[in-house]
Write a protein that binds this ligand. Sequence first.
Ligand code: FUL
Length: 752
Amino acid sequence: MKKNNLKRLTWLFAAAMCLSSYAQQQEIIPQNTIKVEAGDTDDVIIRKAAHVVPTDNQLAALRNEFIAFVHFGPNTFTRLEWGTGKEDPKIFDLKTLDTDQWCQAMKAAGMKMVVFTAKHHDGFVLWQSRYTKHGIMSTGYKNGKGDVMKELSASCRKYGLKLGVYLSPADLYQIESPDGLYGNLSPYTLRTIPREVPGRPFAVKTKFQFELDDYNEYFLNQLFELLTEYGPIDEVWFDGAHPKTKGGQKYNYKAWREMIRTLVPNATIFGREDVRWCGNEAGNTRTSEWNVITPYTENPAEMVEFMDLHGDLGGREVLLSREKPFYLHYQPAETNTSIRAGWFYRDDTRQQTRSADDVFDIYERAVGGNSIFLLNIPPNREGRFSDADVEVLEETGRRIQETYGHNLLDGADGPKEVLDKDENTFVLLDGEGPKELVFSVPQPVTFNRIVIQEAIATHSERVEKHAVDAWVNGQWKEVARSTNIGHKRILRFPDVTSSKIRIRILESRMNPAICEVSAHYYQQRPPMLSVGRNAEGLVTIAPKKDGFSWLYWADKKGDEAMQDTINYQIHYTTDGTEPDEASPLYTVPFALENGEVKAVSFLHGRKGAVSRERLGFVKKDWKVLDVSGETTEHPASAAIDEQADTYWVSGGQESPYVFALDLGMEKELAGFAYTPQKKDAKGLIAAGRLEMSADGKTWKKVEDFTFGNLVNDPTKRYHYFKKAVKARYVRLVATEVTSGADFATMAELDIF
Ligand code: FUL
């Protein structure tokens, strides 16, 4: 009996071993989502990851590479980052609109698509919706008959741009109005989308039936209009940000998804399973942006709620340490940022526009870092892109064209599949020996950029580490190395002249497939600068971190490249004029109280981008008069120490939170700036008032202020008073803080 049992067990064990090795060896079919099972070995997980591929829509989205965002609406006129929903529609006082001009500028930049804010969080609609009067139909623009979506879609067709639509799920008008639909606790019932409105028939006759409450019905009716009446829509953008919510309002995303997939099957959905947010709005990029990601414990194709994702999402360590089971999912990142400080247009003087150096740098990091670059250009109150923004778009487009329009490996000897400009042909590096590709050109070429692409459509993202060598003085010299590749990796390094280039794959998940390799030359610009002030009140000017674009690659921070930079000079002004080579030369920190520094660098006679910084009164002699508590780690003094990484945290209590200062003597005050801490999203000061006093005891309000969108965009915020005031004592009273915190935080307070 015993013997028999043992036999049976041995047999079972052998069968199980066979099965599991079969499971390990069996072919994995490339898919958009692959489940990692509880019993999967490390090897199986890696093999599964190496088979996760984009859908056709995601592939098309990645291949767009550079796309535009356009934020336009009441905020353009109120100069707020976030509206309130209580705006009188007439505030949107548009007289002229030139969407052709937008499209020309976007085209010049090399962008392929534009995503338009048809409705931002304030709930104001910029098209002729049948379902609300809170929008362009209640403004004077074209006597209430205007339709920005319509004009834009016509321009897009004219200029060959794709169109995407941003429809904010958060809707302050529907939250704040007495008869608003958002969170009105209406019952879910079976409803037909679109709801017919007499006299306004739809050309598209498709109908949907869903279980919906009032707000979801409203949202879907509007989505139906946008998806059927403005030509093909290629992206639907769902913002995760919510200035407010109400009544526990939930979104019936299953219905939204079904409608989008039916009406616009070629569109990707941002903020849900198709395309994800890169995690910041500052144009920062991850060193390794994996689009095969791990965080899902449910199948994302069936999920209805999606979280913002931060940190490493797909590196090997994460792959192998995630608690099983989980889903591997292909989900490309969009790097979204604005060409101006803020998403909406405010003015052409104080609101800074990024330089072409800056935009080009983000382009190389974002597109060349396996993501889609979504750059916002906010139209002004004349309905046009401002000249400064157009110039930057045109210059960026020129540089992209000059740098990447021509491949220095054209006509080279090397594997033809990677030189044929066809992303569908590739070389599978599956030999026994080293995984490498060698190219040689008849005459030496000088280059400082290498572009490598993987055949992600069929072979996923597999390269984990790679290096580029050039044949110099009779031997191979490594010129750059980096981590993953995916859709595209741009490697940047100091100039090298050679007629032979080698790509070495150092680590990978299975055998990688490389579809394109090219070499390029970028005319190096002088470094971008950052202007600051130290605790002694002295102004410092230095190259921005990563301001030398050629120093940007993973392991080496280019000592020898640094040599090349020794000859740059910095010139600056403090009188508001544009600095040039005749302006004072910056050598050591200098004193400046309450003024604006404009600085620029020159390298080999070339002028760089001008950096500007508005600096307030020197804080050396300021005294903290009164605060709503502080912590040992984060004292009040940290908010006036000229260091953005130290910050004040008030005591835990209900709002308001005060921060009162003695400036030492009476000053004329034009405004102030609040720098939020970036450690976590809690307790950022979203609204309040600034008060002044002559004796530090009786306080008078100067003005209320609000700073919208601080959680996603924790950048320094400025508030200028309508009229300058004189005071020795000032008090910031915070009445609203972010994330429901019971404390306020502040990294820095500047007063002008
Ligand atoms: C954020 C929003 O709150 C901003 O206003 C902007 O629309 C940006 C693109 O997304 O989360």
